[in-house]
Design a protein around this ligand. Structure first.
Ligand SMILES: C[S@@+](CC[C@H](N)C(=O)[O-])C[C@H]1O[C@@H](n2cnc3c(N)ncnc32)[C@H](O)[C@@H]1O
Length: 204
């Protein structure tokens, strides 16, 4: 995205797959009027997604959410340095807190924790020992966050609004089933640079 982000031990180092997620959302925004767009980035970490979107679309209103106070501090500092006053921040646990303060968005974007317990145990120590566990682990099968978030999204996503999420390399089938069960429409997946479906796109 051509931007420099600071990180700390409390946030994930942004990965190339996530840049693809941002590019996918930017392609969607291009077809719309960014003046009236409201976007919520769930699990913002360093703020890489929210701030990149805000940088390229300074007229869009963006809310960056995380349940880690330290992550929110890092993201706020990145927004200040990069200069994106159109991002605001919200310290919330999207699994258990009320989401009312977020209002309703046109687009929800998220790179959630999606590593399964068995993959986590086999992760390279350079990742496991240096990245925060709450940024990586998505429960026994890695899908806990998707199950909970997809159920709660109608509280904060406008009818007809879009959701964009990064997914694990082997999760397409299970995520597709979850989306169909919860009646999302126009479901599609976008391949990463290794030809693996890593981005999910769906409409409420
Ligand atoms: C995989 S990291 C993504 C960080 C950043 N968006 C990126 O792509 O580089 C997931 C983030 O979700 C946050 N998170 C995990 N569970 C959460 C919850 N229940 N509510 C809000 N944020 C949560 C973590 O603190 C972490 O910052």
């Amino acid at each position: 995205m051509g931007l420099t982000f600071s990180v700390s031990p409390e946030v994930l180092i942004p990965r190339p797959e996530t840049e693809l997620l941002v590019e996918t959302v930017l392609a969607e925004i291009k077809q719309r009027d960014p003046d009236s767009l409201k976007i919520v980035d769930i699990g913002t970490g360093s703020g890489s997604i929210a701030i990149s979107l805000a940088h390229w679309y300074p007229r869009a209103e963006i809310i960056a959410v995380d349940n880690s106070e330290k992550a929110i501090q890092v993201a706020k500092e990145n927004a200040r340095k990069i200069g994106t006053p159109n991002v605001s921040f919200s310290l919330l646990d999207v699994e258990s807190d009320s989401l009312e303060s977020l209002g309703t968005a046109d687009i929800i974007v998220s790179n959630p924790p999606y590593i399964s317990q068995s993959h986590y145990e086999n992760l390279h120590p350079q990742v496991r020992n240096y990245e925060p566990v709450q940024a990586l682990l998505g429960g026994q099968d890695g899908l806990d966050f998707y199950r909970k978030l997809l159920l709660r999204l109608p509280e904060i996503l406008k009818q007809g609004g879009w959701i964009f999420m990064e997914i694990g390399f082997d999760q397409q089938n299970e995520i597709e089933k979850l989306l169909i069960r919860q009646k999302y429409k126009n479901i599609s997946f976008i391949k990463d640079y290794q030809n693996i479906n890593r981005i999910m796109k769906a409409q409420l």
